[in-house]
Structures are given as C-alpha cells and as structure tokens.
Design a protein around this ligand. Structure first.
Ligand code: C2E
Ligand code: MG
Ligand code: MG
Ligand code: MG
Length: 284
C-alpha cells in the first residue's frame, strides 16, 4: 500500500512539474512578442536624499501587462527571460527607453537601470551602453546601473572587466540587494561600485528588531569606511526613515517617498510642474 501511495505521490509531483515547465514555456513564448505588442512598459520610483528629502533620481522598473493574465510580476518573468536569453532584447529596450526618458529631465536627476548577469557578461554590453548614451544624449554621469552579486559569481573576471570599462565611461554602478544572496565583502573591493543598496528585508524589520538595526548600522559604517554612499531600499514608515536619518544613511527609496509609477506622476520633479494624475501602483 505504501508503495502504491509513494508512486501516486511521485506521479503527482511529476504532473505538477510538467505543468510548471509548460507554464514557463508559455510565458517565454508570449514574452518574445511582448515588446513589439506594446505590453511592456516602465515605471519609475523616486530615490531621495535622506537629509534634505530632495528627489535625486529614479529607479526604472519593468512591467508586463499580459493580454490574458493581466500584470505578471518581474519576480516571475525576469528569471524566465534570463534563462531563455530574451533578457538581452528586453534589457536593451529598457536601457534605451530609460535613457531617452531621463535625457528630458533637469540635469542633476539620475536614472537607475537594473541589469541582469546575462547582460553584464555579454561582450558588447559596454559598447551598447556607450551607443545608447550617445544616441539619447544622456550624460553618462546621470546613468546608474544596478547589479546584484549573482551577476558577479558566474564569470568574475569578465564582470570585473566590463564593470571597469563601464565606469571608465562615467556610468555609476550600484550594488543591489546588498546583504542577501551571495554577498561577500570582498566584492566591494574587487568591483568598482559607487553605491550600496541595502536590501529591503533589513529595512522592513529595523525598528522592531535590535539585531537588524545593528546590521543596518554596520552596513552604513562599511559604506563610510569605503567612501560609498548607502541607499536603503523599501522604506515604508516614518520610523524607518527617522532611524536611517539618525544613522546618517545618505539615500532612501520606498513606498513612503513614492511608489513606482508613470513618470508623469513625478513631473513636479522632472519638469518643474505639478501633475494631478495618480497612476502609481497601489497596495495589492
Ligand atoms: P529591485 O531592483 O531590488 O527593485 C526593488 C523592488 O522593490 C521593486 O519590485 C519595487 O517595486 C519594490 N519596492 C520598492 N519600494 C518598496 C517598498 O517600500 N516596499 C515593498 N514591499 N517593495 C518595494 P519589482 O518592481 O517587483 O521588481 C522586482 C525585481 O525585479 C527588482 O528588484 C529587479 O531585480 C527586477 N527587475 C525589475 N525591473 C527590471 C529590469 O528592467 N531589468 C532587470 N534585469 N531586472 C528588473
Ligand atoms: Mg534595483
Ligand atoms: Mg533591490
Ligand atoms: Mg531585487
């Protein structure tokens, strides 16, 4: 009896796995046409100076409105795009759109673009960035590239060489999701980072938990020691922001300062006038 039950469980998992694989293939297939069909679009989330509250720039976040499924989370489709290689096409589109948009903003405002490991490691990535900056007229100092440490472990020497060339163009490089995944302090010394973004999971628990506060303080100390500004991700409450201010954290980003939204929503920052439309993403 146990044996047949075991086999049933196995069949169940097998069927479930099959369904997951099919699901991924379907998404992958649909994604190949998503840009051409206008289903992908960008939203922008403000990044602010903690001491003054001023908006210093925006992070670009990709969205996919699927014709039947509705909006698909980047946490779902980005990994599929990475595995299938479609991320190269999508990533190039994101970079171009973001730089074209940012070129119309007043000069000090910067744009932060997420770049996948697959993209960073392509031989022509630096050339592509150079070309896009030239074509859009965006000054390289106003572009920031956000990468996670996962991007570095696959091919450290290629990553190092591409990042150095990128930096030589004047583009800034931020380490995204610091403190999660494959974090290693030596990465801060090996690669030419200009900024550390502390992952939102540390910010979320900060006032409730002494250990978390100690971790955030030590990342801030690390940033000071290395001369790298630190940005706190996922700031949702006044208490979190007060804590960050009291610890001299330089920059912040999160729902408290602004949800990701259509850029028109932030036009008081980007074009010096107020726009009443509110199309930002509401809490689910
Ligand atoms: P990320 O780069 O770490 O982006 C921050 C994520 O946190 C975004 O999720 C953002 O919407 C969310 N967020 C911002 N503030 C808050 C807050 O106060 N509370 C909470 N709970 N969440 C907040 P999103 O847009 O779903 O993106 C998820 C991830 O997908 C990103 O993480 C990034 O790794 C990836 N991604 C998004 N757009 C792109 C893209 O154009 N290219 C690549 N390669 N990856 C992208
Ligand atoms: Mg990011
Ligand atoms: Mg992040
Ligand atoms: Mg992330």
């Amino acid at each position: 009896r146990a044996k047949s039950e075991g086999r049933g469980t196995y069949r169940f998992f097998e069927a479930k796995m099959g369904a997951q694989v099919r699901e991924r293939r379907l998404l992958e297939h649909d994604m190949r046409h998503a840009i051409a069909r206008g289903e992908m679009y960008l939203v922008y989330q403000p990044q602010t100076d903690v001491a003054t509250g001023a908006v210093t720039g925006f992070e670009v976040l990709l969205r996919w409105r699927h014709p039947e499924r509705g909006s698909v989370s980047p946490a779902v489709f980005i990994p599929i795009a990475e595995e299938s290689g479609i991320i190269l096409q999508i990533g190039e589109w994101v970079l171009r759109e973001a730089c074209r948009e940012a070129a119309s903003w007043p000069n000090p405002l910067s744009v932060a673009v997420n770049v996948s490991a697959v993209q960073i490691l392509t031989p022509h990535f630096v050339q592509l960035v150079h070309e896009v900056l030239f074509q859009t007229g965006l000054k390289s100092e106003r572009l920031e590239v956000e990468i996670t440490e996962t991007a570095l472990i696959r091919d450290p020497s290629r990553a190092q060489s591409n990042l150095r060339q990128l930096k030589a163009l004047g583009v800034r490089i931020a380490m995204d999701d610091f403190g999660t995944g494959y974090s290693s302090l030596s990465n801060l010394r090996t690669y030419p980072f200009d900024k550390i973004k502390i992952d939102s999971s540390f910010i979320r628990a900060v006032d409730a938990n002494d250990q978390t506060a100690a971790i955030v303080r030590s990342v801030l100390g690390l940033g000071r020691g290395l001369g790298l500004p630190v940005l706190a991700e996922g700031v949702e409450s006044e208490e979190e922001l007060r804590f960050l201010a009291s610890e001299q954290c330089q920059a912040a980003q999160g729902y408290l300062m602004g949800r990701p939204g259509a850029i028109g929503l932030f036009s008081q920052h980007t074009h010096g006038r107020k726009d009443e439309r509110d199309t930002s993403e509401m809490a689910a």
